[in-house]
Design a protein around this ligand. Structure first.
Ligand code: FES
Length: 352
């Protein structure tokens, strides 16, 4: 169907939203509560746009296009409405940006800067409630004073990871995200995957490791998670040459998600002094392991395999692959066992 956005004639797909169509055409519309494919409840109203013939501004994130629609995404009326939304959100946002882990990486902060909203004109009511921070969880923490109740975390936990460990508690202006990070966190459905924190647009729900860095101090390095053969894509967050965090990236098998191992178990071991960083060969005379070159280690291994095969036959050998290896490496191992050893004794510890 044909629509017009900011004076441009655009062909839009039936069933698509104004936001999807605008983004496809490179027209940026600000969003906070919207998370593609996960949350389109339309609660924040930051994405409102003007429709000719309509008195109301409508949210672009969940309004479907109609034939002949004429849309303005950045009219003065729209910009004023967005400033008002940010103004109201700030009135209930008591966090201090300087001390916030998400400083420099906060979507609310980004839009406040973009729309020139530095302070709020309103007095929020939530402060009276004195909501407590939930901080007993080892990896995750929730600060209600920084929460905009967009429910991206709630939808991610229930609809994407399928746990349903987070929900919206209380009602009205005192509604609060009921995050399972209190003293009883072990008795909840939470698997500590942290996908909720990755979905949070502000510093409300955070991975505790973020305390150690700010967005402008780090670089991200795309890699594949080393913890199983699923092949989840992740970005390692690197500060001064050291890995300080891991975040899910959009890979074909994980679409931005990570499990608890991927997010919280991927880097502590990297700089461990106990890591073996080079081959070791046992000195027969002393019984001690001594540093060797790869050439020496591989030649020794190959000669031992050959000795065993010559003496007892290929069936005396077996190859057992690690489930953390990539599928391609595991395939190569079984190929070597079958063709070089001449044995079908091969397996993978993923089956144990
Ligand atoms: Fe559309 Fe929040 S992004 S209402």
């Amino acid at each position: 169907m044909q629509i017009t956005i900011n004076g441009r004639n655009i062909e839009a797909a039936e069933g698509s939203t104004i936001l999807q169509t605008a983004r496809r055409e490179g027209i940026e519309i600000p969003t906070l509560c919207y998370l593609e494919g996960v949350n389109d409840i339309g609660s924040c109203r930051l994405c409102v746009v003007e429709l000719s013939g309509s008195e109301e501004l409508v949210p672009a994130c969940n309004t479907k296009v109609k034939e002949g629609m004429v849309i303005l995404t950045h009219s003065e009326r729209v910009k004023a409405a967005r400033r008002m939304v940010l103004n109201l959100l700030l009135s209930e946002h008591y966090g201090d940006c300087f001390s916030c882990e998400k400083n420099g990486d906060c979507e609310l902060q980004k839009y406040c800067i973009e729309y020139g909203v530095e302070t709020t004109e309103f007095t929020g009511a939530r402060k009276e409630k004195n909501f407590k921070k939930k901080d007993a969880h080892p990896f995750l923490s929730y600060d209600p004073d920084r929460c905009i109740e967009c429910q991206r975390c709630v939808k991610t936990c229930s609809h994407v990871t399928g746990r349903g460990a987070i929900w919206l508690g209380k009602t009205g202006m005192f509604s609060i995200i009921d995050a399972p990070f209190g003293e009883d966190w072990k008795n909840t459905l939470c698997e500590s995957c942290g996908n909720c924190a990755q979905a949070c647009p502000t510093g409300a729900l955070t991975v505790k490791r973020r305390k150690a860095y700010r967005a402008w101090e780090v670089e991200k390095v795309r890699t594949t998670c080393p913890h199983c053969a699923t092949g989840c894509q992740m970005d390692l967050v690197v500060k001064n040459g050291k890995i300080v965090d891991a975040v899910g990236a959009d890979g074909p098998s994980n679409h931005g998600l990570l499990c608890v191992k991927g997010r919280s178990g991927s880097f502590d071991f990297v700089d461990s002094p106990e890591r073996i960083r080079y081959p070791l060969i046992k000195n027969k005379a002393t019984g001690e392991f001594e540093r060797a070159t790869w050439e020496e280690a591989l030649s020794l291994t190959a000669s031992k395999f050959t000795e065993i095969k010559n003496q007892y036959g290929g069936e005396a050998l077996a190859g057992f692959a690690c489930s953390r290896s990539a599928n391609e490496d595991i395939y190569m191992l079984q190929k070597m066992v079958r063709t070089v050893f001449g044995s079908n004794n091969t397996d993978n510890c993923a089956r144990v």
